[in-house]
Structures are given as C-alpha cells and as structure tokens.
Design a binder for this molecule. Structure first.
Ligand SMILES: Cc1cc2nc3c(=O)[nH]c(=O)nc-3n(C[C@H](O)[C@H](O)[C@H](O)COP(=O)(O)O)c2cc1C
Length: 181
C-alpha cells in the first residue's frame, strides 16, 4: 500500500508516545513590530547543526507570539534550569503582560530575562509554516553564560509525561511537578 493510503494515526496514541519523549524547555523572546517584548515557553527547541551553529523550534499558530516571531529578524533563547519553574509558568500562560511580572532588559534586538545564565541570541534564517505550527530556524550569533558553570548545565528544567520539573522530580518522585494530571 502506498504510504499516502495508510489510515490516519489516532491522536491519543501519538500524544501518549510523545509524552515519553523527554525534552528540556526554553523561553523564546522577541520584539513585536511596535517595539514591545513578547515570548513563550517551548519544549521544541533543539540544536541541529554546529556548522553553522543553528537551533530550531516550533511555534503554534494560536500563540499570540506567532506573528511577531514568524516576522522577526532575531530572537533570544533562555535555557531554563530547575530554579526557573516560576518563569516557565509565566511564559506558558496567557497572561496579558508576561514581562510586567519578570525582570528583563533589551539585549540588542531581543528581550533578555534576568536570572537565566544560559542565553543565545539568534538571527532568524528560515521560517517554515506547516500545519498548525511554524518551524523557526535560527543561526546562533552569540552564546552567553553569566555564571561559572560555562556551557554545561547539570540540572535543566525538563518536560516529561506532562510534568515539568527537575530531573529528580519528573523521573523520580511522581507526586510533584504535575502540570495537567
Ligand atoms: C512544557 C510546555 C512546552 C510548550 N512548548 C511549546 C512549543 O514548543 N511551541 C509552542 O508554540 N507552544 C508551546 N507551549 C505552549 C505555550 O508556551 C503557550 O501556549 C503560551 O501561552 C503561548 O504564549 P503566547 O500566546 O503569549 O505567545 C508549551 C507549553 C508548555 C507548558
């Protein structure tokens, strides 16, 4: 049978399988055309190339950040650690002004959140709309690490089986860190 004739995959089976695919999370930020800061939490960030240094992530069409991100020339990537749970909740929420709730500053063309040592500044290279998301590809122009851990982090904030937390929380203690169950 040709692959285009295969029956559609059940959504539940797909989401269940992917829930077991652990990912660390990041806050992506950019500037809107009228000069405001905007951003959201993503679990789709990955680095896929070192030559040139490149990252990609997907942004949903229903996100308020979608128009600004898909039209932007540059975006910022904040790599979150276990201590950033509150920040993650703010940027995963649909509150009116996320940036009123956090400390931040302009860092060249992109908003930079205080207290997140691992930060990438990226130049948008490609935007690929597909289905209900767009995949954004960025070239990493600068990598900053504000603390003495360098580029190596030992406790990233992880999303696994619909739980957001530290390695210990999501893989060890199943009673805490629940987001949706
Ligand atoms: C753990 C987690 C991972 C998420 N990953 C993504 C993602 O990769 N892409 C995306 O568009 N939304 C993702 N979201 C949802 C957005 O963070 C959420 O819809 C947010 O409210 C969008 O903000 P905005 O409407 O202000 O742009 C994720 C949410 C959570 C809790």
């Amino acid at each position: 049978m040709d692959i285009s004739d295969w029956p559609p995959l059940g959504v539940t089976a797909f989401t269940e399988a992917m829930a077991g695919h652990a990912a660390s999370v990041a806050v992506i930020t950019t500037r809107t055309p009228d000069g405001k800061a905007c951003g959201l939490l993503v679990s789709t960030l990955c680095s896929y190339s070192v030559d040139p240094p490149s990252v990609l992530f997907a942004v949903g069409r229903s996100a308020r950040s979608y128009p600004a991100l898909t039209g932007c020339a540059a975006f910022g990537v904040h790599l979150l650690d276990r201590g950033h749970r509150e920040l993650a909740d703010i940027f995963a929420g649909r509150v009116d002004d996320k940036f009123a709730a956090v400390a931040w500053r302009w860092h060249g063309p992109v908003p930079r959140l205080d207290g997140v040592p691992q930060f990438l500044t990226c130049r948008t290279r490609r935007v690929v709309p597909d289905g209900d998301h767009a995949v954004m590809i960025g070239g990493v122009v600068a990598l900053e690490t504000d603390d003495d851990t360098g580029p190596v982090r030992d406790d990233p904030l992880i999303y696994y089986r619909r739980r957001l937390g530290s390695w210990e929380t999501v893989f060890g203690d199943s009673r805490s860190g629940a987001l949706t169950d």
